[in-house]
Design a protein around this ligand. Structure first.
Ligand code: CDP
Length: 232
């Protein structure tokens, strides 16, 4: 019988274009681990805000990072891994717009990226992983067997994220969500360290007009192709 070798799958792209939905679908189908790298930057931002860390001060950032422990634990109820900050499940609080408003500034800090990327490398050691983010195919796993770059029309992305956030906070406005996505996309793609960009060997997936089922089929097909190539 053909032996399947585990591969690394990276999913990068613009804010709120469905990366995590796709990553979870693919990881579940292949029995791989899913890692939401954005959750790490969001959890670090939550720690900085709660502890009034001035992140323009290198010393304060370095000390704070020493006090941060991030872990992912699988939740059988939601069937996905959730992030823990110093032992506390912060998977839901980090989705707040308050965090989204600061996360791109925090994620642009060199020491923060070094800290997060070192942990991401460890998680990829045993392969069999789907990781989504901004720099996963370009910087974290440049040798990944399958790299997907996701995109979708701006209006569609704003609408999707608005619906998600509105369920938890009906006071939110579509303008706030739109401004936040535009601001993050700008900062993420213009920062000095590991800016968001499409890897040369990435396949593009525009899901503007795709259902979750359709995007999943496409990605799974690519993954199966790459797994077969690795076995050859
Ligand atoms: O879900 P959404 O696409 O809105 O964002 P996310 O994946 O939760 O990422 C939140 C923020 O973390 C991004 O806007 C980036 O500033 C940062 N990030 C990053 O710099 N590098 C990554 N690999 C993942 C996220």
């Amino acid at each position: 019988m053909e032996k399947h070798k585990k591969i690394i799958i990276t999913i990068d792209g613009w804010s709120s274009c469905g990366k995590s939905t796709l990553a979870k679908q693919v990881a579940r189908a292949l029995g791989y681990i899913y890692v939401d790298s954005g959750a790490m930057y969001r959890a670090i931002t939550l720690y900085f805000l709660r502890n009034h860390i001035d992140w323009t001060d290198e010393k304060q950032v370095a000390h704070a990072l020493e006090d941060i422990a991030l872990e992912f634990h699988y939740n059988p109820q939601t069937e996905t891994s959730e992030i823990y900050l110093n032992g506390e499940n912060v998977e839901y609080v980090i989705r707040d717009l308050v965090i989204a408003e600061k996360v791109s500034d925090v994620a642009a800090i060199k020491a923060v990226r070094k800290y997060a990327v070192a942990q991401q490398h460890k998680m990829g050691k045993r392969r069999g992983i789907v990781m989504d983010g901004r720099d996963i195919g370009t910087v974290v796993f440049p040798d990944a067997e399958l790299k997907i770059f996701m995109t979708a029309d701006n209006a569609v992305r704003v609408e999707r994220r608005f619906k998600e956030l509105y369920e938890k906070n009906p006071a939110i406005t579509i303008e706030e969500v739109k401004d936040n996505l535009e601001m993050r996309d700008y900062i993420d793609s213009h920062r000095e360290v590991s800016p968001l960009r499409q890897a040369d060997d990435a396949v593009v997936l525009d899901n503007t007009n795709l259902t979750p089922e359709e995007q999943f089929k496409k990605a799974l097909h690519w993954a199966q192709e790459r797994c077969a190539e690795v076995v050859k």
